[in-house]
Design a protein around this ligand. Sequence first.
Ligand SMILES: [Zn+2]
Length: 64
Amino acid sequence: MPIQPHPFTFKCSACGWKKTVGPKSDCLGPGDWFGLCPQCGSEAITMKPATRVEQLLIGVWPRR
Ligand SMILES: [Zn+2]
């Protein structure tokens, strides 16, 4: 069974901005990574593996 790249959820702890990205390959592209919050410019970005609900929201789960 191939290992699917795991989607991540980025969250800004300064303003509450949040985004879930689902990489289409095993490399994250420049548009799939956030070092700064695009909303407030804060560097207080945290990332964690997306939950199933968050994956559903961006349409990467379930895969067919
Ligand atoms: Zn922010």
